[in-house]
Design a protein around this ligand. Structure first.
Ligand SMILES: CC(=O)[C@@H](O)[C@H](O)COP(=O)(O)O
Ligand SMILES: NCC(=O)COP(=O)(O)O
Length: 252
């Protein structure tokens, strides 16, 4: 199988986290997104959470108007978010599970158990021309259900893999990595485009980037953190270099 290009989506949520810490207008997520574009990002990802803890509605407006690369709009499967997405018609919409009390996205979307609602929910988004992605765990039943309801893309949640690595639980890490590999192959076999993201760092990106079925990585928290130490442009370029290296030099 020739290895197709691998795109990098930079998630700029946590630029807004820093901004909201003071209730000021600085730092501006759009400015970070433009820097990411210039540094080689193939897309920008922003997660408008129901509680607006970081990205707020005006950020989405600014990104839709100001970006040159595609916007991947992450959102919960609610009527409010659907209306916002239909108003802006971003290149892509990624449906993400949200629990108010969570610190970060925990687990993947429960597609298999909510097929009727999600089938109806994503139809208007597809009809509006948005590429619909479902943020799921490495679970074959969730993948099968995602294909059944008509999603174009699944994004595999790499959080558990990354957490196991960070905690030194390498056997569990390698088991999760194998689950991710199987999930990517299975999703691809069903005609789904495969993305991956959550928690990826310089130390964990390579095995995911090396999966030929994976076409896009969405990476944010680590890159915004690393930008504090080396600047956003160099942080992104290093991630791109590691992706290239893992992929054998063929990214988008
Ligand atoms: C869905 C996903 O993995 C990212 O959007 C992540 O949710 C970043 O935002 P939080 O750090 O608020 O979870
Ligand atoms: N969907 C994953 C994403 O957008 C970025 O997640 P993270 O790198 O901020 O954990």
């Amino acid at each position: 199988m020739t290895v197709p290009p691998l795109r990098l989506g930079v998630n700029i949520d946590h630029v807004a986290t820093v901004r909201n810490a003071r209730g000021s207008a600085y730092p501006e997520p759009l400015r970070a997104a433009k820097l990411a574009e210039a540094a080689g990002a193939d897309g920008i990802t922003a997660h408008l959470r129901e509680d607006r803890r970081h990205i707020v509605d005006a950020d989405i407006e600014a990104l839709v108007d100001g970006l040159r690369v595609p916007l991947n709009f992450e959102m919960a499967a609610t009527a409010e978010m659907q209306a916002i997405a239909l108003r802006h018609r971003p290149h892509a919409v990624c449906i993400v599970p949200e629990k108010r009390e969570e610190r970060t996205t925990e687990g993947g979307l429960e597609v298999a158990g909510d097929q009727n609602h999600l089938t109806d929910f994503i139809m208007p988004l597809r009809d509006a021309g948005c590429r619909v992605s479902l943020f799921i765990g490495a679970d074959l039943a969730q993948i099968e259900a995602s294909a059944r309801i008509g999603a174009a893309v699944v994004e595999l949640h790499t959080g558990a893999y990354c957490d196991f690595h960070a905690e030194g639980r390498f056997d569990e890490r390698d088991e999760e990595l194998e689950r991710l590999r199987e999930a990517a192959v299975f999703a691809h076999s069903l005609g789904l485009e495969v993305h991956a993201g959550h928690g990826l760092t310089y130390d964990t990106v390579a095995p995911i980037a090396a999966m030929a079925e994976v076409r896009e990585l969405n990476i944010g928290h680590f890159l915004i953190g690393e930008a504090i130490f080396r600047g956003l442009d160099p942080a992104i370029r290093e991630m791109r270099r590691l992706m290239d290296e893992a992929r054998g030099g063929t990214t988008a």
